[in-house]
Ligand binder design. Sequence first.
Ligand code: ADP
Ligand code: MG
Length: 696
Amino acid sequence: MCNVPELFGSMVFTESVMREKLPQDVYKKLKKTIGIGTKLDPDVANAVAAAMKDWAIEKGATHFTHWFQPMTGITAEKHDSFITPVGDGKVIMEFSGKMLIQGEPDASSFPSGGLRATFEARGYTAWDPTSPAFVKEKTLCIPTAFCSYGGEVLDKKTPLLRSMEALSKQALRILRLFGNKEAVAVSTTVGPEQEYFLVDQELFEQRPDLLLTGRTLFGAKPPKGQELEDHYFGVIKTRVKEFMEDLDEELWKLGILSKTEHNEVAPAQHEIAPIFSTTNMACDQNQLTMEILKKVAERHGLACLLHEKPFAGVNGSGKHNNWSMATDLGENLLEPGKTPHENVQFLIFLTAVIKAVDIYADLLRVSTATAGNDHRLGANEAPPAIVSVFLGSQLSAVLEDIAAGRLYADAGQAWLDSGVAVLPPLPKDNTDRNRTSPFAFTGNKFEFRAMGSAQSISCTNMILNTAVAEILSEFASRLESADDFAAEVQKIVVEAYNAHKRVVFNGNSYSDEWPLEAAARGLHNYRTAPEALPHYLDPANVALLNKHGVLFPIEIESRTEVLLENYIKVLTIEAQTMLSMTRTDILPAASAYAASLTRAALDKKALSALIPVAYEESTIAEISQVSACLYQNSKALDDALIESRGIEDAAACASFIGETVVERMNLLRQNADTLETLVSSEYWPYPTYSDLLFRV
Ligand code: ADP
Ligand code: MG
């Protein structure tokens, strides 16, 4: 086994490497940029570039890349070698501050939602010094932001960084009012728990649906699924354990704090969770984790599926976004305090989050709206599409009492007398943990559980940060101009809680009653991505993101367009894959098997009229009947696809696809899955669910 402390971060240009390799004044200036976001001067960049190059070459790097996150939701990299000719057929390895700070990839093939015409294909990448550079596969990777020639944002990192700045600014205003003079920045922190499936690579390659769409589009229910509940936290198979060991090593090398690994609910499903870090780092590292999961799996003859719903009938995969706010001195602002003073501050931040989630619930929903995640949300395995907040009975009781002007029963001190609230000590792990809530308070952080496993965590956190920043700014303005600070604090908490407690729900979000009650409370329930996505453009949402300088209206329009187009493309590819599998594999297999049964029946009859041929005859009839339906339904699906191509408007097209195309895909699947149960396994063209789920 490797020496973990030595291995950890060995491929990262960490702070301690910088301290060691950089002249002291350069290091100090860079650190200021990283810590509180001051502008970087060119001399510093040159010195950093030189040190970075020497370090990277020591680690075996020959190339560098500006590593960025376009709106595809995955990462992009274009490698350039360090070589520069010096005449006489010789080269030196060169890397300047300019090359570090800015790159100019041809960006014409990245989605821009109409922001960037192809004749203006230039895009710029700009170094993000707040996320450390690293060496991966002999390439120095420099985390960068990506924008168009005109300066419009084309990536997922820039708005996230802007939202972190917005939140920091507003949270500091509140902290100052509570007498905190030391903190100079507030970061949001995130620990994303990542779920995934592992299947055998060879079997994976035999399924065009997995290969092309990342999920099974067909597959009859296996005799055994997850009903025995024997996989969750079960003993990890040797092959998987070896994969996990290898995975950890790769992640640790890149400074990713991989911490927890276990089997999940569905067979062949697993989870990996890191220790939390600042949101920006967490986002970069989650992208890397997803990439490395796939690469390491291949080395072990496995395929890692990150899709939200690789298999019907068993749980899909999500990503739990654990989120909090912390000062640069390490104070977690969602930690209920030990002193009354800390408690009041906690209550202000807590109610700000509750209010933000209630007002911008639709935006949070938008951030989880993808074709893949549509299979999970509301399917009684993941939180519903209704965004609500779980506080737990104890914290809810505290807030209820404060809001009603009562003292909290357990409190030792009077709220009204002293102007401060005394919370009872809250257990760190809420005793009444609730797994069905999309947004649950878990002791000293919130856990947003609606995200899909394949998604970048950037958009959700950008929205969360900005929404909370907005409410904090509102609270700060009131408090700054208040004559009686304590009384105003109380008023804010009471007003905010009373006005927004409709979003608080401590019950079972999977129950049939909840959608009805939620509707009565006026909460949104956008069941599908086509229903949710257009709300990105609601005036209040555009105003929020614009006000805090996170995304400008034209950028939000482009993002909405990209998301809708992505939905349309994903569904179209899935439908086309289904049609091709149906026509070239499934129908021919059914027909061939029916023919072989026909021959068998004829042979038997030729031998003697007394031999029963019930199995052959009834199966032939059934196969023929279902095949005819399948054929009809394939034509209907084809028609729907053709119709969808004629719908110009992206929102209208997505919504047509979400209804008509999806409905016809479901019919097609039903027919094909019935055939799978009728046709001999020898004739069936694909590995079955049993093979995929239990053969690792
Ligand atoms: P569970 O599966 O019970 O929800 P885990 O321990 O698997 O819990 O995951 C909890 C995640 O929350 C971890 O990634 C952890 O680092 C993260 N976390 C803990 N404290 C914070 C915090 N203050 N801010 C953000 N994330 C946090
Ligand atoms: Mg969790």
